[in-house]
Every structure is written in structure tokens, then in C-alpha cells.
Write a protein that binds this ligand. Structure first.
Ligand SMILES: [Zn+2]
Length: 172
């Protein structure tokens, strides 16, 4: 069966194209020369030639663009994790330094020491729990992103546009 525009009022139902093709032809790059002619401040005739390289995404190319690939997106989870690990490490150093100081110098202020230990332990636990949460939630949302992308790209590959009337549809 020939694929045709589903619009019953379409003037030319066979003038159809895949989104993939429409997108590819809509993104064009080229050189456009511009010649200018005029008079300068002394009244002499001057001319100039400029060649500009241009890449243009036509409106139709943007509308038929494929969905964004989530694996090409940079994730913020890794830098956050690196920061967290450094933070945990520093907090741990702080705790051990406090313990060391207590064992070496007996007359350190008792309350100050307890506050330091509680704060440092609290930070360490906080960072640890947050890191685990970030890992679990980012890997879960990444899997969902990839699944959604696979569904979208399959839809996109089956999407057609009618160049006569503008109807878009998905071919099953
Ligand atoms: Zn049509």
C-alpha cells in the first residue's frame, strides 16, 4: 500500500515526506556573498564584498527535529558527587583531627570538642546519605529518560509530513 496524506481534502496526497528527510533538507549550510556599493566620505565610489558562512535551520527543520538524546546530555550528578566525596573526606579528617587532639591534649574544652564531633559526624552522615540518594535517583531518572527517548525516536522515524497541506501524522 502506498503511503498517502490522510487529509481527505488534500490537493496532492502523494507529496509527502518523512520527518527525517524534511529535517535533513531544512538544515542547510552555505556561503552567501553580499556586494555593497556606495560613496565614501570623500564622495568616491566604493564597493565591498563580504562572504558569510551560514547555517540555517528553517522553521520546518526545527519542527521536524528528532528528540533530544539523553545520553548526549551531561549529567550534573557526577560533579555533585565529586563535591560530596571531597566534603565527606574533609569532614572525616576534621573528626579524626579532633579525636587526635583530645587524646594528645587532655585539657581541651569538653563542650567545644563534643560540638565539633557532633557537627563533623552530622556533616559526614548528611553527605553520605545525600550521595546515595543522588546516585539512586539519577540512575533511575536516566533509565526513564532513555526509555522515553527510545519511544520518541521510534515515533519520530514513523512520522510523516504532507508538503501540500502541512498535515503531520504517524504511520503505523
Ligand atoms: Zn496533505
Amino acid at each position: 500500500m502506498r503511503i498517502q496524506c490522510p487529509n481527505p481534502n488534500c490537493p496532492n496526497p502523494s507529496n509527502i515526506q518523512r520527518f527525517e528527510m524534511t529535517h535533513a533538507t531544512g538544515v542547510s549550510s552555505g556561503y552567501s556573498p553580499t556586494i555593497g556599493l556606495g560613496r565614501d566620505s570623500e564622495g568616491d565610489l566604493v564597493y565591498g564584498l563580504a562572504i558569510t558562512r551560514s547555517q540555517t535551520n528553517s522553521k520546518i527543520a526545527n519542527e521536524t527535529a528528532p528528540p533530544e538524546d539523553p545520553t548526549k546530555k551531561t549529567s550534573w550528578a557526577v560533579p555533585v558527587l565529586v563535591f560530596m566525596v571531597i566534603f565527606v573526606f574533609v569532614a572525616w579528617l576534621y573528626v579524626s583531627e579532633t579525636w587526635y587532639a583530645r587524646n594528645e591534649i587532655g585539657d581541651i574544652d569538653q563542650t567545644g570538642r563534643i560540638i565539633k564531633i557532633v557537627l563533623a559526624s552530622g556533616f559526614t552522615i548528611f553527605c553520605f546519605v545525600t550521595s546515595i540518594y543522588v546516585i539512586i535517583s539519577s540512575s533511575r531518572s536516566r533509565k526513564e529518560d532513555i526509555k522515553r527517548y527510545q519511544r520518541r525516536i521510534a515515533h519520530w522515524r514513523n512520522s510523516w509530513i504532507c508538503l501540500s497541506c502541512g498535515t503531520r501524522w504517524r504511520q503505523k
